[in-house]
Write a protein that binds this ligand. Structure first.
Ligand code: PEP
Length: 243
């Protein structure tokens, strides 16, 4: 399985930021892993154009569950695909918190993504209070069961992102990451059988050049979902090189 270095630009970036894409591709024209950047929707088509013919895939950060219609401000999976996306992040904790997205809504969006031919990157992760309460695996279990659609290894990526590690500079211990990733693999195997071995499991939450190699060395870690450190080609490139 090819590992995946995925970057989530969140609500950051303007056309000038595409210089980072050129710099990334110039420095890493043929990385061992697959590279994915998910810019804001306003940059998606331009980034896809800049990445055309390269090893960089482009993705959305969310999509609507419906294919089209009266949903002002929303974007469908087919529109993302049409703009050049191959992937879409779904159920990021910021969407769950800012927009109240439920597991059922995330699953419906993921089903729409698959129907449009996109790979769904479904995010799960516990809050700090849930980790402190010892309920991390229960939370992950129910998010996984509720958010992940029927899919194949080629169409599904699952990202483990502890909410308290996102943008904070804090990360779980390596043992904690390994425990959750082993749990994810086991649960996906219960559901999808042998195919689950090919589902890429990403760790996300304050991944940076200095901690990437040790996290990527863990079993069942097949890549990373990177926020802040994906905005600069030098940082994201160093993470790509660690995979
Ligand atoms: C994220 O937004 O998915 C993320 C992991 O952010 P950061 O790398 O900045 O913690």
């Amino acid at each position: 399985m090819k590992k995946l270095a995925a970057g989530n630009w969140k609500m950051n970036g303007t056309a000038a930021s595409l210089a980072e894409v050129q710099a990334l591709l110039a420095a890493h024209p043929a990385p061992k892993c697959e590279m994915l950047l998910c810019p804001p929707a306003t940059l998606l088509a331009q980034m896809a154009w800049a990445a055309k013919g390269s090893v960089l895939a482009v993705g959305g950060q969310d999509c609507h569950a419906k294919a089209s219609g009266a949903h002002t401000g929303d974007i469908s999976a087919a529109m993302l695909k049409d703009a050049g996306a191959a992937y879409v992040i779904l159920g990021h904790s910021e969407r769950r918190a800012d927009h109240g997205e439920t597991d059922a809504q995330v699953r419906a969006k993921a089903e729409a993504a698959l129907a449009a031919g996109l790979v769904a990157v479904v995010c799960v992760g516990e809050t700090e209070a849930q980790r402190d309460a010892g309920t991390t695996l229960d939370v992950i279990d129910s998010q996984l069961a509720g958010s992940v659609p029927e899919a194949t290894a080629a169409t599904l990526v699952v990202a483990y992102e502890p909410v308290w590690a996102i943008g904070t500079g804090r990360t779980p211990t390596l043992a904690e990451i390994a425990e959750v990733h082993a749990f994810l693999r086991a649960r996906l195997t219960d559901r999808f059988g042998a195919d689950a071995a090919g589902v890429r499991l990403l760790y996300g939450g304050s991944v940076k050049p200095s901690n990437a190699a040790e996290i990527f060395g863990l079993p069942n870690v097949d890549g990373a979902l990177v926020g802040g450190a994906s905005l600069k080609a030098a940082d994201f490139g160093a993470i790509v090189a660690a995979l």
